[in-house]
Design a protein around this ligand. Structure first.
Ligand code: F0G
Length: 461
């Protein structure tokens, strides 16, 4: 018998109680948090779908691996075990551990910015990636396929780079002004949408033509490989491991927030295919920023848990369940008429808040309004991915208007059950049925970098 959504491929061996609050309490808690869900205590959240980053559950094998963690400052056994795992999976020569994805960005991205006025081009820069591009003195240009913005219609690979837009941009800006091309797999800001192998291959070809480097932002590399296997002709009989290996073969470097598909709570990776000079530069910079190059801000036990997690993420049954959970939530919402980015991506359901609350303009942050409403309704914490996150133009300081106003319901790995997702679906559907009552927000305090994390708001009456 084939199940529509496969059951958890694990038993639950350890439990963590979660607290429920009343609606009256949540109204007060949210007000005290400045109407910014990032400022809520996790203890005041019933189901936490803020992020899938470092929030998943580790396996018994990972916990066991932590016991053999070697805490040597330099050259620990844990480092070599992790290096071996990275080499096996990615096939790259050089590896440096870092404390998380943005550590990798901070160390790596400035190395390719050799003069003022340079650009990185990505299928969409994740927000910290964009921040590090800008901090390095460059500018970030996104060239995702237009399919990405065709929210309610099905496309196999909405995360792809738009190849014509990429070529035009390189020619317009001048290849000598391009620091590198970034392929975010899956494409988080596009809705966790996958990127096809054919697209990665074509980006490689374009990069070769112009003498540019391809950097894979591989936070969700295994989920991307799962979609390739499911949707791209010629990959049905390949293993996830083979697909990942091929994906990586088209890159020059691989930056990773291991808090996602590394199945750990903390960790990051810089892997470089064969450029020794670039590796040496990164190794020099990692010391003051992250730590000695054989630990990069991680404990030996973190590195051992990651070495195991990277392998576990390639397990197809695990991935099927993971993606099924996301699909389950997406299907429940769509069946009730809630507008979502369709099909759902790998790690989250993205609710289209432009369609959900069209009466709220972008500068009053419709996705924040929906996010706050579902917290009040059911204690579910989601996150705004829209004009609030996009921030201001670094040159004109004007509020930028995001093409999409999304609320991300991000599902942590191996943490919640389908029953939890029912609570989430019921809350979103309830808010959708009362959407005309939603109100926008204005800033009470606006922070200057990555403002969505720490700003405070007030509702507009
Ligand atoms: N790249 C991508 C595609 C990401 O999704 C993230 C983080 C990073 C880089 C930065 O990694 O957090 O380990 O420093 N995404 C998290 C999220 C925060 O919620 O989507 P980090």
């Amino acid at each position: 018998m084939k199940q529509k959504y496969i059951a958890e491929p694990y038993r639950i061996k350890m439990v963590e109680p979660i607290r429920e609050t009343t609606k009256e309490e949540r109204i007060e808690l949210l007000k005290n948090a400045g109407y910014n869900p990032f400022s809520l205590k996790s203890d005041d959240v019933y189901i936490d779908l803020l992020t899938d980053s470092g929030t998943g559950a580790m396996s018994q094998e990972q916990w066991a691996a932590m016991m053999i963690g070697d805490e040597a400052y330099a050259g620990s056994r844990s480092f070599y075990r992790l290096e071996a795992a990275v080499r096996t999976i990615m096939g790259y020569e050089y590896f440096i551990p870092v404390h998380q994805g943005r550590g990798a960005e901070k160390v790596f991205l400035p190395q390719l910015v050799t003069k003022p006025g340079m650009f990185y081009i990505a299928n969409i820069h994740f927000d910290t990636t964009r921040a590090h591009v800008e901090l390095a003195g460059a500018r970030a240009i996104d060239c995702v396929v237009p399919d990405c913005y065709d929210i309610e219609h099905y496309h196999d690979f909405k995360g792809n780079m738009c190849l014509s837009c990429l070529e035009e941009t390189i020619i317009e800006k001048g290849k000598e002004n391009i620091a590198g091309l970034i392929m975010t797999v899956t494409n988080n800001s596009a809705g966790g949408q996958p990127v096809s192998m054919a697209n990665i291959k074509e980006v490689r070809k374009i990069a070769d033509r112009f003498g540019l480097k391809v950097i894979i932002d591989g936070a969700r590399y295994a989920e991307n490989a799962f979609f390739i296997k499911e949707r791209e002709l010629g990959y049905q009989d390949k293993s996830i491991k083979e697909i990942v290996f091929e994906m990586c073969s088209y890159g020059d470097a691989f930056l990773m927030s291991a808090k996602k598909d590394g199945l750990v709570n903390m960790g990051g990776i810089i892997a470089i295919k064969n450029d020794k000079e670039l590796f040496d530069k990164c190794r020099t910079y990692v010391v003051p920023y992250e730590g000695f190059p054989t630990y990069g801000g991680l404990n030996g036990r973190d590195m051992d848990a990651l070495a195991v997690g990277l392998m576990e993420a390639l397990d197809e049954r695990y991935l099927r369940h993971r993606i099924d959970q996301v699909r389950y939530l997406g299907d429940r919402l769509r069946d009730a008429g809630v507008p979502i980015q369709f099909p759902v991506g790998g790690h989250a359901v993205f609710v289209d808040c432009k369609a959900f609350a069209p009466h709220i303009p972008f500068y009053e942050f419709p996705a924040l309004a929906v996010t706050n409403a579902i917290y009040i309704e059911a204690g579910v914490r989601a996150v705004e991915i829209g004009s609030l996150l996009l921030g201001r133009d670094p040159d004109t300081h004007k509020n930028k208007e995001s093409k999409m106003e999304l609320m991300r319901l991000t599902i942590p790995r191996r943490l919640y059950t389908y029953n939890h997702l029912d609570v989430v679906a019921d809350a979103v559907i309830h808010v959708y049925e009362h959407r005309h009552e939603l109100k926008g927000y204005t800033f009470e305090y606006e922070s200057s970098i990555l403002r969505h994390f720490t700003s405070t708001f007030k509702p507009i009456d």
